[in-house]
Design a protein around this ligand. Structure first.
Ligand code: FEO
Ligand code: CA
Ligand code: CA
Length: 748
């Protein structure tokens, strides 16, 4: 075992869990780990908990502020290139693409020249496309304190890149060969940031540039394969001939946190980054798997074309690892299995900067959107809800074998080994009587076959037969096993969240313009009804154009239950459709119309539900947004017959919930997605990500957005505040901090 670093020594000298409990019991007015999802478990551990009683309270219910209505007026819709916030609110820009996170690293020039000749410099800068994130408040002795606000570790996913803005003249390739330095730089720009942030006396947050906690995890970071597939032949690559390691993480979309204080970065659209120079001979099962996940089984270069770059002078085959072609004698001589090491939840311990992240294979392999912990109780399993974000994909649940022991708080990746490497994986089935089942994927028997494996349109459609041959296939071919098990194919499951007031689980289904047949849980098929004729948006597209939010209550309010009741909390709709009862099923008004719900998050302080959009259907009228809601409970609405005749899908009965109060809090700049919500421990600051402003830009000399410029004080910060850059101003993804001007609780 290696010797401990100074920081690890500090962490190990942090107060024991018992001391933390005593500290918070002495100050019961604070929201503490005793009051959040972890805290109730802690009380149970001490024999003090009275949760889960007949008053509707469940484990995880905060006992501080209870909210009855959102206390602000909706912002208007906006197509302006700026962040619009509700009256009484303000925001600051905190953490932008390229910002330095280590001592001595220069300000970001934002003209494509940064790290151009030294790509690894980007491991000391913020990545691009900020997405899922979590604020871990730091208490005394550098331990996680969910109540802390003035100091914290902000962990941020960098899902993808806008290559046009990252290089002097955008991405370059010669005769189909990517420039090696550009490709490497892009590989460092993906991944995850851990940055320490502090709140100053003026209430503004700043990144501590020289914090020892600061860390970038990227596509070259060494990772452990953990759980049932560690050492499996399926994981063997030239990088790890014994199949226990892999290199990097990619397309980290939403995320999760664990009750023991770690972060889960979830790999979503990883499949497209891999090319295949030599399909070679693949078994029917291999072909089935590649088709089902969208990994090329035919020749192709992959997204961003990294595997085309020359490896002359490079160390460690940074480019050929993105090629799943068979080019060596055995799997240990090439990267034919490289894509198998992606599609996982990656556990990161932000408090131990030298720890090696672990890919948790027991949680299944798919287009992981995120992982949201259910209510936690001592002596009960730890449950994570997960979605697979593609059209007609599934909602899953992972139930740990181990029962929660609050002594594992701050247990790091060792605690993760206990709770995330052993468990059961379930797929959700939504029945027409508004009940549902969690189907255990171990019930799929070896020898079961599918004769026509579905896949993405870019792949061959010739029938492929898949046969289950190994009980571990539920982990690496989770989608195929869910097909066989009979899960309900959904309209792109995105973020989930647990209502702290009653333990009910919400998940966004952002849209599905391939849907042509309706079912009760995905009940709308219609045409986009744009009438402004400007050609922007998706006029004429058909299916579930605007998305919805489904929710369920586990039987007995037990997160590990195998059955549930469900309804649909919210249906998205555009202003054009307000009068169409078969589209605007939730009765939205101009005050709260929204399209393509994506981010979804319950404040752990106030219980307010926040929904964020990532939309391309309503963007002719408004940029993406964040709304706040106070929902009721499953079953508080009515059954409705949805007439999809105009969309060609007949009539289907569903159950629509009561929306309650729903108001628009933020509208973002042009071409952005609003995502990545988390809050300070005191609930007075919301951290929000503005992802890919200006993404639709095709001409570098004429970007569609220049957000976040000018920066506070009127400067461009490029390279220095007050200096206007020469040439075009390029937009940057960034984390912003939303606060109330009067310093109050957000949302009230
Ligand atoms: Fe990365 Fe599902 O959005
Ligand atoms: Ca419209
Ligand atoms: Ca539209």
């Amino acid at each position: 075992m290696s010797s401990l670093t100074k920081k690890e020594m500090e962490i190990l000298s942090s107060p024991t869990f018992q001391q933390i409990i005593n500290q918070h019991l002495e100050n019961p007015s604070r929201r503490t780990i005793l009051k959040g999802s972890v805290g109730v478990a802690a009380l149970g551990f001490l024999g003090l908990a009275g949760c889960g009683g007949g008053d509707g309270a469940v484990a995880g219910a905060p006992r501080s502020t209870q909210l009855n209505a959102v206390g602000f007026s909706s912002t208007s819709l906006s197509t302006a290139d700026s962040v619009i916030v509700a009256e009484g609110y303000q925001y600051q820009v905190l953490y932008k693409l390229g910002d330095p996170i280590a001592a001595g690293v220069a300000d970001y020039m934002n003209d494509g020249s940064d790290a151009a000749n030294n790509p690894s410099e980007f491991q000391f800068r913020s990545g691009d496309h900020h997405d899922g994130m979590y604020f871990f408040g730091i208490g005394s002795n550098n331990a996680w304190d969910p109540e802390a606000s003035d100091r914290g570790l902000l962990v941020v996913n960098h899902e993808a890149i806008t290559p046009l803005f990252l290089h002097v003249n955008g991405p370059t390739s010669v005769a189909g060969v990517r420039d090696a330095n550009e490709a490497l730089k892009e590989m460092y720009i993906h991944g995850v940031s851990v940055v320490e942030v502090r709140r100053g006396s003026n209430g503004q947050y700043s990144v501590v540039q020289n914090s020892l906690f600061n860390r970038r995890i990227h596509t070259l970071t060494d990772m452990e394969i953990s759980g049932p597939l560690r050492g499996n032949p399926f994981m063997v690559t030239k990088y790890s001939p014994n199949g226990t390691r892999t290199r990097g993480t990619i397309n980290n979309c939403a995320s999760g946190y664990t009750p023991w204080g770690t972060y889960l970065a979830c790999e979503e659209n990883w499949a497209g980054y891999f090319g295949n120079s030599n399909p070679g001979t693949r078994t029917s099962n291999e072909q089935a798997s590649m088709r089902r996940y969208g990994v090329r089984a035919t020749v192709g270069n992959g997204r961003e074309g990294w595997n085309t770059a020359s490896e002359v002078g490079q160390v460690g085959e940074p480019f050929s690892r993105w090629n799943v072609g068979i080019v060596g004698a055995t799997a240990a001589d090439d990267y034919r299995n490289a894509a198998n090491t992606y599609g996982w939840n990656v556990e990161i311990d932000p408090f131990r900067p030298n720890s090696i992240p672990k890919k948790r294979t027991a949680m299944g392999r798919f287009a992981h959107e995120g992982a949201w912990v259910g209510p936690v109780e001592a002596g009960k399993p730890v449950v994570f809800y997960m979605g697979c974000d593609s059209r007609y994909e599934y909602i899953y649940k992972f139930v740990s074998t181990a029962n929660w022991d609050p002594a594992d708080m701050m247990g790091g990746l060792q605690a993760g080994d206990k709770y995330l490497d052993f468990g059961k994986l379930y797929v959700a089935k939504f029945d027409a009587d508004f009940t549902g089942e969690w189907i255990d994927l171990t019930t799929v028997a070896n020898g079961t076959t599918i004769t026509a494996v579905r896949g993405s349109g870019s792949l061959s459609t010739a029938p492929i037969t898949y046969t289950v041959t190994d009980s571990n296939e539920q982990f690496w071919n989770t989608r195929l096993l869910a097909d066989i098990a009979g899960g309900t194919p959904m309209d792109r499951p995105e973020w989930g969240g647990v209502n702290p007031r009653n333990g009910e689980v919400y998940m966004t289904l952002t849209n599905n313009t391939s849907r042509r047949v309706a079912d009760p849980a995905n009940p709308r098929v219609y045409f986009d009804n744009d009438t402004d004729g400007d050609g922007v948006g998706d006029a004429g597209s058909q299916g579930n154009v605007n998305g919805h939010v489904i929710r369920w209550r586990e039987d007995g309010s037990d997160p590990a239950a195998t059955s549930f009741e469900w309804d649909i909390y919210l249906f998205g709709a555009e202003d054009d459709d307000i009068d169409n009862p078969n589209v605007n099923l939730s009765g939205l008004t101009t005050e709260n119309v929204l399209s393509s719900p994506d981010g979804l998050w319950f404040s752990e302080k106030t219980g307010v539900l926040y929904i964020q959009t990532d939309d391309g259907a309503f963007t002719d009228t408004t940029n993406c947004m964040l709304v706040a809601a106070v929902p009721g409970e499953v079953g508080d609405g009515a059954e409705v017959d949805v007439d999809n005749t105009a969309g060609g899908a007949g009539v289907v009965r569903t159950k629509v919930g009561a929306v309650g109060t729903l108001r628009r809090l933020v509208v973002g700049p042009k071409d952005c997605e609003i995502t990545g919500l988390t809050e300070s421990g005191d609930g007075k600051a919301l951290f929000i990500n503005i992802q890919h402003p200006g993404e639709e830009t095709s001409d570098l000399a004429n970007p569609t957005s220049s957000w976040p410029y000018p920066l506070a004080g009127g400067g461009f910060g490029n390279p220095a505040a007050g200096v206007t850059p020469s040439g075009t101003i390029r937009p940057r993804s960034a984390t912003i901090v939303l606060t109330r001007i009067d310093g109050g609780l957000i949302g009230q």
